[in-house]
Write a protein of this length. Structure first.
Length: 333
């Protein structure tokens, strides 16, 4: 028997739709609430260093140095409240402008000329086939770091083709090779596609390892889970050696940051973050990367492997140059 739509009671249809809508909203609310209940995400559950307390957490030089200059202030007077983020199209002439305006030395090295910086920092950038992002990063970061009156060097470690990308191992290589060139006591391990949005996010180390971003635009300025330690992190040289660096085992993408978080906890250290209003970032647009299959199993297996890291690092430097805005290493690993 064929039923005409007009023969179906309209009221009954409306009641069913309403019930479905209510059940759907309730189910989604529960799914959203469960991770919060278990502490998996939402920034209100994360302890942050308040903006007014940040300077007390910074670790830097406090005594006289080899020259007669005074010490730079703890917080630079040149910091800006708002920053202009770059377009995707960066003019190739911008390198020369940065060099002229900021007096960047070969190798991407700079320090203040009128005072002794309190913070001696090396930025380590793992790299492969991201030329536009690298140019944007350098164009943005050099003026940012100069305004903070840091003594710094930017180091780019490029992995040769042939094997899967190993971000964590490139960080280890950058650390070892930079120590041959610099006496930096603070290392910032930084992805090339992240840019800080606030000058007061000082690129210096703290008493404990620091996850540099507390909020990022692609995650709606929230953190997906409490143990996140990716994107950009700052560690004192002594702390990085204490945890034996990153694991060398994570080829492909994913889980190497979580492994580092485990290492930090195992040696009795903790991870800190700054106030999200200070430690906010934007991520440069790029194609999505698939997480490597089996990464979580490898993370679990690696929990007790204290020998994996700096002490087991093996690689070959194929080429190296002090380019105008950064020190470059090409490595096979």
């Amino acid at each position: 028997m064929k039923v005409n739509k007009r023969d179906v009671p309209l009221k009954a249809v409306n009641i069913n739709i309403t019930k479905v809508w209510i059940i759907s909203v309730f189910a989604n609310f529960i799914l959203w609430l469960l991770p919060i209940f278990f502490g998996k995400y939402t920034d209100v559950l994360f302890p942050y260093i308040a903006h007014n307390d940040i300077t007390q957490e910074l670790v830097g030089l406090i005594g006289p140095t080899e020259n007669k200059f005074r010490m730079c202030p703890v917080v630079s007077p040149y910091l800006q409240n708002t920053l202009r983020l770059l377009d995707n199209n960066v003019d190739s002439l911008v390198d020369e402008e940065i060099l002229m305006n900021n007096d960047i030395q070969a190798g991407g090295v700079w320090e203040p000329s009128d005072c002794n910086s309190r913070y001696h920092v090396a930025l380590i950038i793992p790299y492969r086939n991201r030329s536009q992002h690298l140019q944007q990063f350098l164009t943005y970061m050099h003026p940012f770091l100069v305004r903070q009156q840091l003594k710094y060097r930017i180091v780019v470690v490029e992995q040769a083709e042939g094997v899967a990308f190993n971000r964590a191992k490139l960080f280890n290589i950058g650390f070892v090779e930079t120590l041959k060139l610099s006496k930096a006591d603070c290392f910032i391990f930084h992805d090339v596609d992240l840019l800080p949005q606030n000058d007061y996010n000082i690129y210096a180390c703290t008493h404990h390892p620091r996850h540099m971003y507390s909020a990022v635009d692609t995650l709606r300025y929230h953190l997906p889970y409490r143990r996140l330690f990716g994107g950009a992190v700052a560690m004192q040289q002594v702390h990085f050696k204490k945890v034996n660096g990153f694991s060398n085992k994570f080829y492909g993408w994913g889980a190497e940051d979580d492994d580092m978080y485990n290492r930090i906890e195992q040696v009795g250290l903790s991870v800190i973050r700054f106030d999200p209003r200070v430690a906010s970032y934007v991520m440069l647009s790029h194609s999505s990367v698939w997480r490597t299959e089996g990464r979580l199993e490898k993370l679990q297996d690696n929990k007790d492997d204290s020998e994996d890291g700096l002490s087991s690092l093996s690689y070959h430097v194929l080429d190296k140059k002090e380019r105008s805005l950064y020190t470059w290493f090409l490595v096979s690993c």
